[in-house]
Every structure is written in C-alpha cells, then in structure tokens.
Write a protein that binds this ligand. Structure first.
Ligand code: NA7
Length: 542
C-alpha cells in the first residue's frame, strides 16, 4: 500500500494507488467524510472534478446565487469551535460567502492534502475476489479502495438544454448551474432566460438590472416567498451562538431539520382571520418556514389551497399588470415543488425592460441564429440563460459507470427509479455508501445536518467493520425492497407526487417518475441509529 504522501502528488493521477476509502466529491459531504475517516485513522483519498472544494457552491455562480436556508443553520455543527468562530454576514449566505466557508473548512482541518482536484470519476467497479473497488478517472488513472463513498451531491448535474436549434444560436448561452467564473455582464443586451425555478427567481432581478431587455420564458410559475434577507448583526450572531446547542438539538426534532417549527394546527381548523394572520406572520418573517404555517399543508389539498390563495394575493398586490400577475400565479401545490425565496422577483416584472412569456400560451418553438421563437413569434436575443435545473439526486451517480457484484450496472438497476436501503446503500453493491442518496431525507431537509448525520453513520459503520474484522457490508435485497416501498408509501400520503418536480425526476424527459427523497428527518435518524445499534440489520456482513 502506498502512503498518503506518495500519492498526494499530481503524478499520482497517472499511477495507481490503494486506500481504505475513496470519496467521490469535495463538497460539504466529501469534506466532512474525509475529516471523520481521517480521524479514525483510515487512509482516504477524495476525488473532485472541480478545481476547488465547495461542490454545488463551486459551480452555481449565477448572479444572485445564495442558499435558501439561513446561513446560521446551513453550516456544520461537528466542530463547536468552527461554529463559534465563523461569522456569517447575512441572513442568507451568498454563493461567494458559502465558497469562502468551504475553503475555510478545508484549510482549518488541513483537508486539501488528501483531495485531488480536476479529476472526474468515470467508473467504479467492485472486484469480488479482491473485495475492493477500482475507481477510474477521466484521464485513465486507476485507484483502489476497500470502500467507496459517493458525496456527489443532489443537484450537481445540470439538466442539459435539448432545445431544437440550440447549436444554431449566434450568441453565448449560459447554464445557471455552470456559470463562468469570470462572471457575465449583460449590459446593453437583449437576454432570454428559460426556466422560473429558484435559480431564475434569484438571478432575474439582477440580470434585469443590467440588460437592455430581459425576456423570461416560463413553463410553470413557482411559489415564491420573500427572503427578507438582511445583514446579520453582531448581536444576532452572539445570541444564536450562545444558544447553538439547543437550537441544533431542536432542529433535529423537525421534519425538515430546520430551526423553525411546523405549527401543530390544521389550516382548516381555524377561523379565516386566524389563518390569514398566521400566513401573514410567516410571510413577514420570510423564508422556507411558510410551509410550516399549518401541519396539513402538504397532506391536504384544501388546506394547501388556502396557503396558495394567500401567496397569489401577494402577487396581485405587487405585479401591476393583471395578465402578468395571473401568469405568475401558480396553480400547483405550495411546497410540492421546492418553494423559492426571493429578493425583488415580482417587482422585476413591473420594469419596462422585462417581459414574461407564458410558454403554456406561447409554446417554445426553436432556437435560431438570432434568438428563439415562442408561440410562432421571434424574439431577438444576444444571450440565452438556461435556468432549467438539474438531473437531481440520481444524475451524478448514474453518470458514473458503477458496477457491483457480477458486473451489475447501477444505472441499469435504477432504470425504473432508484432503489436503495436508507438512501445509503444498494443491494448488489457491497462497500458502497451514497451520502444523501435517493431514499434518504436529503433535499427535503437542511442539507448540512443531513450530510453530517450520513457521514457520522458511515464513519461509525466502517469503524465498526474494522473493529469486528468484517471486510464486506451489503444491503440485503429484502431490506432494500421494503425500504423502497416505505419511501413510496410515505410520499403517497402527501401532496408531493401531484407536482412535476425534480423530486420526482419529472423535469427530465424520459426519467422514471419516482419520488426520491424520504419524508421525515427525525424518524429516519432514529431508524438509522437503531439499525446500527442492532448490528446493522438489513445488511449482510462478512
Ligand atoms: P428547477 O427548480 O428545476 O427549475 C427549473 C426551471 O426550468 C423550471 O421552471 C422548469 O419548468 C424550467 N424548465 C426545465 N426544462 C424546461 C424546458 N424544456 N422548457 C421550459 N422550461 C423548462 O431548477 P433551479 O436551478 O431553478 O433550482 C434547483 C434547486 O436549487 C432549487 O429547487 C433549490 O433547491 C436550489 P417546469 O417547472 O419543469 O415546468
């Protein structure tokens, strides 16, 4: 076995190297996985396609990009010192600030020496005889490890623009999820943006402030609540930091892992005045808490409609043109697609230089040399922005040629939808762990605590394997089948499946329509803990 110092050099890219664990991805999950495993004395190598750490915050540099979870919550808690020393400047951190934080963590815990950047993992094959994973990177380098941990992120593979004629367009095109590092100045340009999810809601006000004219091409309007972003004062930070352990503990009792509570009251069990007052209070507070105004918003469509009515009324108050206000008003379920939080999104549609095009009334035709057509009408454009989202949750995993026992391919196994046990492990793929994989709470929660819970569980599992002299762990077929059924059963009791969201893969043509996240953080954590305490029931160990 080579030592870490021998393999840390760039030359290792063309050689081979053996490790206890290879981690794919150096976002927040990969960084913490490395730290934990290193602490247990394992040899670890992290392979990262980007030139730096940060994962989604490395790539998503579009104008206005910021996290929709509050910065004091969207942060690690594994190190009380880190938690106390880092200072967030705003209620919602911008992408540059989040990237600075990721870099700070990498430096503070001396993580870089075990990370190789600019290396895209293309294949991972389990060798049964050797009981090892062979990992192949884009440049042909081969590395091997007893365990492979994927920390590839839930929103890391952009949805490719497959519009007819894209290649004909004479001007530049941009994808919000792969924004140029040097930034883009749209001054004096006619810009078209396709998509109205969170990335567009954040970038539209800023692009509109630069462009000569901005055309927003909308297929489905999003529900949007105000962020109420503001600088975080020193006194606010001091108060939160003094109370951090209690706040973090409380968040672990919440379905979505956030500080703010879901009120245990039905939207239909209160008077009209009380309901209006409750929505107003959450609206004024701003942020994702809005869906926690009542306990039945995501399970009862009549309850949800009251939350939707309140939001639609707010759109009409802001957007002056009634037809535009109506087009911006969603007819879907609040929270069924991820709620967006905004800073001046609706106000932007009152600008003279902004036009909303409802693609339901004027379907997208094709992209041409000079722009695009919608409803048969040509729109002359200098630049096009694709804000069309991601091949979420499974995209990063199925793009790697992952082969388990008997050469079985993960992408084939998941052809009808992802199948996992706990969202962490896949039958037929021993010693493979998928951090925040499909079938775990992941994107329905605050990602950072969820990542930490998975990483801690995996680290403890690998440590226990070593302690007990086991070399192989694999989810049983029965446990996996039962888990997939449970994930679906829970989702079926909610309104989530009614929306064509990326939670269901519905945004990607041809992707199987299967609800991927597990709903409910606390029971999930409890179950993971019980499984570990029972000696890993549902897994075969040898
Ligand atoms: P989203 O939320 O998936 O939004 C993508 C948007 O692009 C959405 O409005 C889509 O409409 C639209 N879209 C996708 N494909 C097309 C085509 N072919 N034609 C027209 N419009 C299209 O991605 P974001 O990047 O905004 O946000 C992702 C997550 O990041 C977000 O949920 C937060 O968690 C942070 P559709 O709704 O599918 O009709």
């Amino acid at each position: 076995m080579q030592t870490l110092s021998e393999t840390a050099s760039p030359q290792a890219r063309t050689g081979s190297a053996d490790f206890d664990v290879i981690v794919v991805g150096a976002g927040f999950a990969g960084l913490y996985m490395l730290h934990r495993l290193r602490g247990l004395g394992f040899s670890v190598r992290v392979l990262e396609a980007a030139s730096g750490v940060g994962g989604t915050w490395y790539w998503n540099r579009y104008p206005g990009a910021r996290c929709d979870v509050e910065s004091v919550e969207y942060s690690y808690q594994f190190s009380p010192e880190l938690q106390q020393e880092w200072e967030w400047s705003e209620r919602y951190a911008t992408q540059p600030e989040l990237l600075r934080y990721a870099n700070h963590v990498a430096d503070r815990f001396d993580l870089r020496r075990d990370i190789q950047f600019d290396l895209r993992v293309t294949a991972a094959t389990f060798d049964e005889a050797a009981n090892r994973w062979t990992i192949v990177t884009h440049d042909g380098a081969r590395l091997s490890a007893t365990y492979c941990v994927t920390a590839t992120g839930c929103l890391s593979v952009p949805n490719e623009p497959k519009f007819k004629g894209t290649e004909m367009f004479a001007g530049p095109t941009y994808h919000t999820g792969r924004w140029p590092h040097e930034g883009v100045d749209f001054t004096g340009q006619r810009v078209g943006i396709i998509g109205t999810g969170s990335s567009a809601v954040q970038s539209v006000p800023i692009i509109a402030g630069q462009a000569e004219h901005l055309y927003v091409f909308q297929r489905t309007p999003s529900f949007v609540v105000p962020a109420r972003n503001a600088p975080l004062s020193l006194s606010e930070q001091v108060a939160i930091k003094a109370d951090y352990p209690a706040l973090r503990a409380l968040a672990k009792t919440r379905r979505n892992g956030l500080f703010c509570e879901t009120r245990d009251v039905s939207a239909l069990g209160v008077s009209d005045e009380e309901r209006e007052r409750a929505y107003r209070e959450r609206w004024d507070r701003g942020g994702l808490c809005y869906t926690g105004t009542f306990n039945d918003l995501l399970i009862d469509s009549r309850a949800n409609e009251t939350a939707a009515d309140f939001l639609r009324a707010r759109i009409r108050e802001v957007v002056k043109d009634p037809a535009t206000a109506e087009a911006l008003s969603p007819r879907t379920v609040v929270g069924g697609k991820r709620l967006c939080i905004d800073i001046g999104y609706y106000e932007t549609f009152n600008r003279e230089n902004v036009t909303l095009i409802d693609l339901n009334k004027a379907p997208l035709g094709e992209i041409t040399r000079d722009g695009l057509t919608a409803g048969g009408k040509p729109y002359r454009l200098d630049s096009i922005v694709f804000a069309i989202g991601f091949d979420a949750m499974t995209g990063a995993l199925t793009r790697i040629d992952i082969r388990g026992r008997g050469g079985a391919r993960l992408a084939e196994k998941w052809a009808e939808g992802p199948r996992t046990y706990l969202g962490l492990s896949v039958a037929g793929f021993p010693n493979l762990f998928t951090i925040t994989g499909p079938g775990s709470p992941s994107v329905l929660t605050n990602m950072l605590p969820t990542i930490e819970q998975h990483v801690d569980w995996v680290a403890e599992c690998i440590g226990t394997m070593r302690e007990r002299n086991f070399r192989r762990i694999e989810a049983t077929q029965n446990a996996e089948t039962a888990w997939v059924a449970r994930v679906n059963e829970i989702a079926a009791g909610t309104l989530f499946p009614t929306c064509n969201s990326w939670y269901l893969g519905a945004n990607i043509p041809g992707k199987p329509r299967v609800f991927m996240p597990y709903i409910g953080f606390p029971p999930y954590v409890e179950e993971c803990n019980e499984i570990a305490a029972s000696g890993y029931s549902g897994f075969a160990l040898s």
